[in-house]
Design a protein around this ligand. Sequence first.
Ligand code: PHE
Length: 463
Amino acid sequence: MALGKDESRHGMWSSRWLFVLAAAGSAVGLGNIWKFPYVAGENGGGAFVIIYLVCVALVGLPIMMAETLMGREGRHSPINTMRILSQEGRASGFWGVIGWMGVGAGFLILSYYGVIAGWALYYIFEMARGTFDAVTPETAGQVFDDFLANPWLMLLCQTVFMWLTIYIVGRGVIKGLETAIRLFMPLLFVLLLVLLGYGINSGGFQQGLDFMFRFNWSSIDADAWLIAMGQAFFTLSLGMGAIMAYGAYVPRDASITSTVATIAILDTFVAVAAGLAIFPVVFANGLEPGQGPGLMFVTLPLAFGQLPLGAVFGVVFFVLVSFAAITSAISLTEPALAYLVEEYNAKRARVAKSLGVLCWLLGIGTVLSFNAWQDVKFFGLTFFEAVDFVSQNIMLPLGGLLIALFTAYVMPKAIAQSQLGATDGPLWWLWKLLIGLIAPLGVLVVFIVTLFPCAQTLSCFGA
Ligand code: PHE
């Protein structure tokens, strides 16, 4: 196939807006609606939320710009893009590690992402059955516990989700995504606003607000920093090449800065809205904010159970969450698929299937983490927690660190400037400061503080 110099063989977004939609589709997912509220709850709220927001702004945003511009410059899968960019920058092949590690991280994340998305699918069914009509907190908790105790049912839901994802992925990202995202993203926003309205009237809103934004340093330890940063990477789909892969399909005339800012704002808005919808329900019902991964599955059914037409809203909501999860899952597979297609001229649908089956197999470990293997621990973590921890909190920030360093110090200045449409001037230096210093230093400091918690109080240095 003959390609113009500025095209990707996998296709192109038909406009800048489609990139915004696709990248927002990748970013907005379980990370915002399911994960953000529960990790914020586990880490004491307030200060955690603020650190997370700072990480999004100072570390996430510049790295997202870097990934997009690298993708658009390389116009290939992240693995090959890194090869091309390394040659352009006359750098060693070492930087290819960004692409390879990203494929690994995407694989690990998708393995459990499929399981949790399966929970959302299951809740469509429970909502439709009317299980939660005027439900009590105890029953809502019981329904969730019963579900977790049933590995076969969970496996079935995971299988359905993975099948759907692979089916869509096999047909080609661009075609599959455009329709889904145009329609469902706006609807998801509307429903979150409805839930937010319920939260405001639930009697627990003030407490929920306090919990999320009251600045309480004492709840923050070294691990909380690592988790907040990992969450920033996870929620923006950064550090593993998903955005780089999508960046490869961005038309040349789109402005990267404003595009990326729009995506980050949308993503943050959804996460904060989900938190503001969930925590008031937690407090109005005397529930535990730090209860872990079940938080959304116990609180939101309670809210729907009280709302007029709640079962209908509930069904629609979980359908939308499942869609948000699919659009994210698709982006998790894109770096690996694009590479296999480039390298072996393989058929997309066929490689998608093989990858899907492998992820599905690994996901069985996550399914069992909630029942049969509940007590099997690696360094005190269940299988699910370990896969989640390593991929989100180690691999993504490490990938992000390398991406920042590469863009700042290896990529020729002329290329970066032409991609960003920048010239020497204050804005260019602000960008250099963020990508070359603040973002990489942020990641490094957090890694050091986690490895050596004493660094937090400077006591390692005898202070
Ligand atoms: N950002 C997605 C979410 O919040 C998850 C994701 C992570 C997708 C990394 C792609 C890459 O659910």
